[in-house]
Structures are given as structure tokens and as C-alpha cells.
Ligand binder design. Structure first.
Ligand code: OSB
Ligand code: MG
Length: 370
């Protein structure tokens, strides 16, 4: 296939409720969408998962816009592309910038699946049409507010609750959540808010039987995490430092953690997610699909990749209405009363993209063709 047109569109969408992590609060998302098109009019959509500031990682909306527009789009445009699986290699000369790369890479996977007239999840090698869902609940203004949110999600059927933690919002909050909700599947995500100096506090969390503790230490560390894992019972789940299959291999070798939160954007797209899933499966390391407050397009890609065999734990991929008053896809992503999402049997990402809504939300647009 040949991509003859690439459209980048940035949209602005307010979240229905702010989302707070140890690195800050988000009220409104700035999301870059990519639409790739072939000469015969076939299209595919991808979403950039970078945040509004370089806080979760170095990439952010502005850096991704620049690199997508000036560097990556020209590398893809009018090139003979054998398959979506090869797109990663076409961008190999550019270091890092994986969220930007994933935007185009996933769009081309969608396009290819549509051309083959198969659902993307099947095209990626998925085996479980039904995926288990959990939720990620940000830091709240009060524990009562957190209780309310947890109750809402449990009532909706979600199978596991993740709460964000930070030094002002950890031991006592988790203790009260356990006391109030009993033995629900519960985990904490620190987004790198601690260091090894906090080892006593991190050890003390063992008493709560958390399903896992996500990314307690530095965003770029897998060495201290190995030391910490030796010292605590709670399984460590790595998020931020795993960018590639090689990173996953090294973390497994070092025993830096027992679980990986696998995010498409962070690793550069579906092809790298597939490689990481395979390595983790071979080593009996469970993976689950994380989220980056995606709009419907990124969410649909997350659903598709979550159907692979190695994604054995409930992920952070949940219903559109938890984030958006009105999503940019149709139907919106819904979760069953049993806390599952059923992947669509329609071709590609399996959802209709609401172009009108995207145009209404758009704050800038650029097109590369030739
Ligand atoms: O660490 O998993 C994370 C959101 C933004 C940045 C980092 C993270 C998150 C989430 C939200 O936990 C997951 C979601 O609901 O999309
Ligand atoms: Mg995380």
C-alpha cells in the first residue's frame, strides 16, 4: 500500500472530571489525531497518547505535533509499504518519540485491517474477543469523594480498582479503602512519586494485599525497582520505563517487577506491543493494557491490542462516558454489567469516526500530500 495523504488534527476536549496523578491535574485534553489515506480513498485513524505537558514522559502534544508534521509524515508519505508491521522500520532512523510514531503506525494498522475487511483485533492476532476492564481513579480532594467514585465503578461492574497514590495520599487512604470495600481487586499507581528512601513506607503497603504496585520509583529506572521488589511482597508493575521489547527483556532479567502495564503509545505502536506481549508471555509475566485518557480512537486501538493472549489481567481501558460527555466515535465504548468490553466484528478499529464532531473540536489541522 501507499499512503497518499496524511491529515493531522488537534482536538481539545474537556474531561467530565479532572484526573490527578502524582505529577499533576488534567482538566482538558489536547489530542492529536492522524488520518491516513490511500489513493483509492481507504482510510485509517490513529491517536497520539502524549499528554499536554512532558510530565508522564518527555513527549507532549507540541513535540508530537512538530515531529509528526515535519519528520514522520514525510517519511511515510508515498513510500511503498508492504504491511503495517513494517511501518516501525520505516521510522527507525528517528530515535525516541514513540508516542508520535505510534500515532501513524496504529493508523496504518487500522487502514490495513479495513482493506482486508477484518476487525483490527483479529488482524493483530487477538484471541479473546471479550476483554476484562478495570478503572484508574485519580487523586481526589477527599477520601469521601474517592469512596464515592470507587462505589460507582464497582456498581458499574468494573473488575479491578486502581487508585493513584502519592506521598500525601497513600498508606492511610489505602487503609481506609480496604476497610470500606473489603477484598476487592485493588492496586496503586505512584507514577514515580517515591525513591528507595521511602522503602519502609512501601514495605508497609504489603499489609493491604494489593494486586500490584505500579511504578513506585523513577520513570527511567529498572535497577532500583529490582532492589525494591526483593524487599516487598506486593508485585511491582512497571509502566514508564518500558519502551521496547528490549526494555521488557532487561526488566525481566533483572527481576525489576512481576507485571507490565503495556501502553501502545509508550512503546511506539501495535508492532512493538506485540513483541513485548510475546516476550512477557514466554516468561510468564502478565501484561495489561494501560490508558492515557484516550478519546475513542485511541480507546478502540487499546481494545484491539488487549485481545492478545498475554493480556491476562484487567486493564485501564474503560467506557467512553467516564471521560467524555460525547466521544468522537460511534457507538461510544461501553462496558457490560460484568465489567467487560466486547471487541467489534466490524473491519478495522470497529467504530465509526464522527468526523463532524472532530471538526467541531479541532483547534489546528495540517495536511501532507504529494
Ligand atoms: O500512569 O497509567 C498511568 C493517565 C495519564 C498518564 C498516566 C497514567 C494514566 C492513567 C489513566 O492511569 C488511565 C486511563 O484511564 O486512561
Ligand atoms: Mg501508570
Amino acid at each position: 500500500m501507499k499512503i497518499s495523504r496524511i491529515e493531522l488534527i488537534e482536538i481539545k476536549m474537556p474531561l467530565v472530571h479532572f484526573f490527578e496523578t502524582s505529577f499533576g491535574r488534567t482538566y482538558e485534553r489536547r489530542i492529536i489525531l492522524a488520518r491516513v489515506e490511500t489513493a483509492n480513498g481507504a482510510e485509517g485513524w490513529g491517536e497520539c497518547t502524549a499528554g499536554e505537558t512532558p510530565s508522564y514522559c518527555e513527549e507532549w502534544t507540541e513535540s508530537c505535533w512538530a515531529i509528526l508534521k515535519d519528520i514522520l509524515s514525510p517519511m511515510i508519505l508515498n513510500r511503498e509499504i508492504e504491511s503495517a508491521a513494517q511501518v516501525w522500520d520505516l521510522m527507525r532512523k528517528i530515535r525516541g518519540n514513540r508516542m508520535a510514531k505510534a500515532t501513524l503506525e496504529t493508523a496504518i494498522w487500522d487502514l490495513e485491517a479495513k482493506q482486508l475487511n477484518v476487525p483490527l483485533w483479529k488482524h493483530l492476532g487477538g484471541v479473546n474477543r471479550e476483554i476484562d476492564c478495570g478503572v484508574s481513579i485519580g487523586i481526589q480532594d477527599s477520601v469521601e469523594q474517592l469512596f464515592e467514585k470507587i462505589q460507582t465503578e464497582l456498581d458499574a461492574g468494573y473488575k479491578r480498582i486502581k487508585i493513584k497514590i502519592a506521598p500525601h495520599w497513600d498508606y492511610e487512604v489505602i487503609r481506609r479503602v480496604r476497610e470500606r470495600f473489603g477484598d476487592i481487586l485493588l492496586m496503586g499507581d505512584a507514577n514515580s512519586a517515591y525513591t528507595l528512601e521511602d522503602i519502609d513506607l512501601l514495605k508497609s503497603l504489603d499489609e493491604f494485599d494489593l494486586m500490584m504496585l505500579e511504578q513506585p520509583l523513577a520513570h527511567d529506572d529498572i535497577v532500583d525497582h529490582a532492589k525494591l521488589q526483593q524487599a516487598i511482597k506486593t508485585p511491582i508493575c512497571l509502566d514508564e520505563p518500558i519502551h521496547s521489547a528490549d526494555d521488557a527483556r532487561k526488566a525481566i532479567e533483572l527481576k525489576s517487577g512481576k507485571i507490565i502495564n503495556l501502553k501502545n503509545g509508550r512503546v511506539g505502536g501495535h508492532s512493538e506491543s506485540k513483541r513485548i506481549e510475546a516476550i512477557c508471555r514466554e516468561n510468564s509475566i502478565p501484561v495489561w493494557c494501560g490508558g492515557m485518557l484516550e478519546s475513542g480512537i485511541g480507546r478502540a486501538h487499546n481494545i484491539a491490542i488487549s485481545t492478545l493472549a498475554g493480556y491476562t489481567l484487567p486493564g485501564d481501558v474503560s467506557a467512553s462516558k467516564r471521560y467524555w460527555r460525547e466521544d468522537i466515535i460511534e457507538p461510544a465504548v461501553e462496558v457490560t454489567k460484568e465489567g467487560a468490553i466486547i471487541a467489534s466484528e466490524k473491519p478495522g478499529i470497529g467504530f465509526e469516526v464522527k468526523r463532524d464532531r472532530i471538526d467541531k473540536l479541532a483547534v489546528r489541522r495540517v495536511e501532507t500530500n504529494g
